[in-house]
Design a protein around this ligand. Sequence first.
Ligand code: PHE
Length: 344
Amino acid sequence: MLKKIKKIKGEALKKISSANTLTELEDLRVFYLGKKSEFNDILKGLKDLSTEEKRKVGPSANETKKGIQEALENRLMELEEAEDAKKEWIDITAPGKKIKKGHLSPLSIVQNNIEDIFTSMGFEIADGPDIDSEFYNFDAMNMPADHPARDMQDTFWVKTGSRKEEERAVLRTHTSTVQVRYMEKNKPPFRIIVPGRVFRSEATDPSHEHTFHQFEALVVGKDVSVANFLYIAESFFTQFFRRKVNVRLRPSYFPFVEPGFEFDINCANCGGKGCGVCKNTGWIEIGGAGMVNQKVFEAAGYDRGKYQGFAWGFGMERLAMIKYKISDIRLFHSGDVRFTRQFK
Ligand code: PHE
């Protein structure tokens, strides 16, 4: 009997250790430990043995059972691990997956570009709040409450719960708000640029947005002139478009400048010959400019007639649209990386 047990054990352990699949292992378990197994018969027969035989055979039978069980468990673990390892197998020769990442908006690219060019010309970058008082947006810019020019810019008013004029607030309609804000704290001479977000209560279409970005420039000193403005504007646009750009002034009106202009550049697309971008005129309208109205200096606390300066303002989206031939201003707000990824 002992011999038989020993034989079963030896055979079982050998087969278990070479079992290669989970089903094979299960079959072995049934074959060696199952109810109908030879070994089970032996266990069942133990009770018929004499006490002395029981003492000899019993422990060995139990030990064998335990040994086979352990072997089954160990092999099971090994096979399961091997199975998992197969699943986690990494093909190191496979080409890498491209990691998708974000991309700067063409607007940010243009803004960075503008800031680089102006800081290289000795300008400082200034800013102000998006929500500003009626004073900085209008009154200080020579647009008192009854001034018809206030209607030039459809305004989003902000509910402040106050009727006092100095506490009434707007979403700023232009970056010109920063002119007086800056001048209250700084004395000429200075040159600043103010890139920033502005808002107008307008219906949107391919060339109008309720929220867009402007770019103000303000240069003030003792004898700053229109010639300085022209020179700085031409050097800026020439650097920005990387080709010689001419600036043309047309008389225009803004309450905060005197005289006031609108300025055009010769078409970056056709170089002035006439094309679809410039509607065959050879010129593209860029924005407003002019010599700072003395009333604006007075609002900032400067003495009348003491300084001269020029200011300009234009839409940054418009500049990006010209540079990258983007046809619809609303794309800037689409948040779609398929759009932003196209620009360098
Ligand atoms: N603030 C004006 C606008 O938004 C632009 C401008 C700025 C005009 C500075 C003249 C001088 O339309």
